[in-house]
Ligand binder design. Structure first.
Ligand code: 5GP
Ligand code: ZN
Length: 131
């Protein structure tokens, strides 16, 4: 059983900040910033490809609720909502989860590095990706 399923079943303790029938939100054990919260479905789906849309809706409703709560109660100006989808993208626990990470102006975390497209690259990418 995966580590988050063990949290759902109570085998591993967690600091739960919110729970309903299908969704659980709990503090990340090693926060990027204090208050860093993970939001999961109680049912195990590995990634965004596996999770049915209706259940994703249940999840995102709680992401919004907890985001608003973090902002209000921690007096934040902003927070990151992150889903690492797949090991290459940094997913270490194979049970789909959203990270809600409180951010502070002076917390010193870097933003993403952006690059420029080379000549014709954006057009090629568009051909691959558009409908
Ligand atoms: P990922 O890298 O998969 O996107 O994020 C996994 C997150 O789960 C990490 O931020 C890590 O700190 C957190 N985590 C791993 N094991 C546990 C645990 O046993 N309890 C809690 N509360 N968080 C965990
Ligand atoms: Zn699981």
């Amino acid at each position: 059983m995966c580590i988050f399923c063990q949290i759902v079943s109570g085998e591993i303790p967690a600091k739960k900040v919110y729970e309903n029938e299908r969704v659980l939100a709990f503090l990340d054990v090693r926060p990027v910033n204090p208050g860093h919260t993970l939001v999961i479905l109680k049912q195990h789906y590995r990634n965004l490809e596996e999770i049915p849309v209706l259940e994703l809706q249940d999840l995102i409703v709680v992401v919004k609720k907890i985001g608003e709560r973090l902002k209000a109660r921690l007096n934040l100006e902003g927070y990151n909502v992150i889903l690492n989808n797949g090991a290459t993208a940094g997913q270490t626990v194979p049970h789909l989860h959203f990270h809600l990470i409180p951010r502070h102006r002076d917390d010193g975390y870097p933003t993403w590095l952006h690059v420029d497209y080379g000549s014709g690259e954006a057009e090629k990418m568009l051909e691959i990706l558009k409908n």
